[in-house]
Every structure is written in structure tokens, then in C-alpha cells.
Design a protein around this ligand. Structure first.
Ligand code: GLU
Length: 301
């Protein structure tokens, strides 16, 4: 029996108003830790300065509170002992992790732009992912010069399979070389890559379980690779299905009829929680339900 009190997190990017899919993930992540008496962290993933806005982060907090999803740590006021909880304020932490990864000799500078890579390679996965073919990869490792002006920093991946048991998707085996390729840790403009930041944050915030959308399933393999190189234990993963619109396309911030603005204008928190619980097969019909009732449904599952 697992006796560790779970620590989970919800890590939205403040690039627009949340939609039903974001709420779906938030509720499942909250229920998963709260049904085991754990801690729920709200981390604001504002790595992209062009798209992130403080007002969206405030709106995310307001929507979560409106649903009753209170967090124990994090958020804009940064309560808790693992802050700051805004990624834009954690550069020093990412710098340290990058240095540790560079000391493995696996990192190298890459001058390929996204346009260069797209011009020579077709997207690999249906989601448009491109597996980098290693144009800038040094002949041998450890690589001699991990830094270069105007270059991104990439990490080389070996031809190995990463195995992990996803709580929703079951046993996964992802070949790093074939499915992911050498990936970026810091972009040429100095911005931190999601993969590095998320691993540093989940590790240092003591996160034991990650509940998020299944568009990030392959990323879990890249993240496990970094957790291991940094000497951290990876969390457990639960990749939940993405919610789609009536055309079967995953929801985006452009789907206005699924946005929290629209949903809040028509429904009560209990009605929305009922729709989430029904979509997640926790209850048979989408009837209104409170968070407390949902918690007891989960405990009885
Ligand atoms: N920031 C990502 C999003 O808003 C989530 C990343 C994660 O949960 O690892 O979709």
C-alpha cells in the first residue's frame, strides 16, 4: 500500500481564459490528491512572455475558487514553502538544473531554427511534433562546448526505451531517439523550455503525481529522462483524455462556448462539476454535484 501523502499540482499557462478541458484536468487532479488527504499546488506556467498575462492568471484563480477548488500552496500570492510559484520568477532554479545537466556532457549548442528543422523534416506525429535529426549534434560525447551565443541548448537522448506505468493509459514504452529526439532545454532567445522547467519544478516542489492532458504523454518520457539525470524520483503520471468539441477537435481557448466565461454565465459551479464528473465517468448522468459529494463518490470507487 502506498503510504506517501500525495502532492499534486495544476499548472495552467495564463494565455487566456480557461475552458472546460482545463477545468476537467483541474478537478481530476484536485480529486486525486484530496481523496488521499494530499496537497494541491497551483503553479502558474508563464514561461512564454509573449502569451502570458497576469490578468489571465488572476482569472484562472477566480475560476478555480468559483468552483471551490482551493489550493494549499502556490498561486499569485505564493503561499507555501516551495515558491516562487510563477515560472517567470524561477530562472535561477532553472539555471542550476541546466548546469547540472551540462555537467553530464550530454548538452550541446544548436543553431537550427524551427524553420530550418521544418524545412528539412516532415512532422513525425499527427500532433505536428518534429523529431530533431541531430544536425548540430557533436560527433562524440561528452560534448566539449555546451554554450554558444545565439544558440539553443539541446540535450542528446540515447536510443533507449523509457518505460512507465501511466495511471490512466497503462504501461507505456517510449523510445527516446525515435519518438522524441534530442530536445531543447533553453531556447536561443534565452527562454527556458517547458521540459526543463516542469521537471525542475515538479522535483523541487515535491510533486508525487501529475494529472494532466494526454497530449503530454510523450513529454513524460523526456521528463523521466531528465528526472533521472538530475537524480530525482519521477512522479506518477495520469494522462487524462483531452476534451473535444462537437467536431471532435480538442478544445482550445478559441472555443468560446466551452470557455469559463460562457459556462459561468449559464451554469452554477455544481452544474459544471456534474458535467466534469459525468465526462470522467464518475457519475452516470450529468446532474449537479458538489465537490464534497464528488469526493465521497471517489472514496467509494
Ligand atoms: N502548462 C501546461 C498547460 O497549460 C500543463 C503542463 C503540465 O501539466 O505539465 O497545458
Amino acid at each position: 500500500m502506498n503510504t506517501v501523502t500525495p502532492v499534486g499540482r495544476f499548472a495552467p499557462s495564463p494565455s487566456g481564459r480557461m475552458h472546460f478541458g482545463n477545468i476537467y484536468t483541474a478537478v481530476l487532479s484536485w480529486l486525486s490528491v484530496k481523496s488521499a488527504g494530499g496537497t494541491w499546488i497551483l503553479r502558474i506556467e508563464d514561461l512564454d512572455p509573449q502569451r502570458s498575462k497576469l490578468e489571465y492568471a488572476r482569472q484562472i484563480e477566480d475560476d478555480l475558487r468559483w468552483l471551490g477548488l482551493e489550493w494549499d500552496e502556490g498561486g499569485l500570492d505564493g503561499r507555501g514553502g516551495h515558491g516562487p510559484y510563477l515560472q517567470s520568477l524561477r530562472s535561477g532554479i532553472y539555471e542550476e538544473c541546466l548546469s547540472k545537466l551540462q555537467s553530464t556532457g550530454l548538452c550541446y549548442p544548436c543553431v537550427c531554427t524551427r524553420a530550418d528543422i521544418l524545412a528539412t523534416q516532415a512532422p513525425h506525429e499527427s500532433d505536428g511534433r518534429v523529431v530533431y535529426k541531430g544536425v548540430c549534434r557533436p560527433q562524440r560525447f561528452p560534448a566539449a562546448s555546451p554554450e554558444a551565443d545565439g544558440a539553443s541548448v539541446r540535450i542528446a537522448v540515447p536510443d533507449i526505451d523509457i518505460l512507465f506505468a501511466d495511471r490512466v493509459k497503462g504501461l507505456q514504452s517510449v523510445n527516446l531517439a525515435r519518438h522524441c529526439g534530442d530536445f531543447v532545454l533553453r531556447r536561443a532567445d534565452g527562454a527556458w523550455a517547458y521540459q526543463l522547467a516542469v521537471v525542475a519544478d515538479d522535483a523541487l516542489m515535491g510533486v508525487t503525481e501529475v494529472v494532466r492532458g494526454d497530449d503530454l504523454l510523450l513529454s513524460a518520457a523526456q521528463q523521466i529522462y531528465l528526472f533521472n539525470l538530475l537524480g530525482f524520483t519521477p512522479p506518477e503520471f495520469a494522462h487524462v483524455p483531452l476534451i473535444c468539441n462537437s467536431e471532435g477537435v480538442r478544445l482550445s481557448k478559441r472555443d468560446k462556448s466551452f470557455s469559463m466565461e460562457y459556462l459561468r454565465s449559464l451554469h452554477s459551479p455544481e452544474e459544471i462539476l456534474g458535467m466534469v464528473a459525468h465526462s470522467a465517468n464518475i457519475i452516470d448522468t450529468p446532474q449537479p454535484i458538489s465537490l464534497a459529494e464528488l469526493l465521497s463518490e471517489i472514496e467509494h470507487l
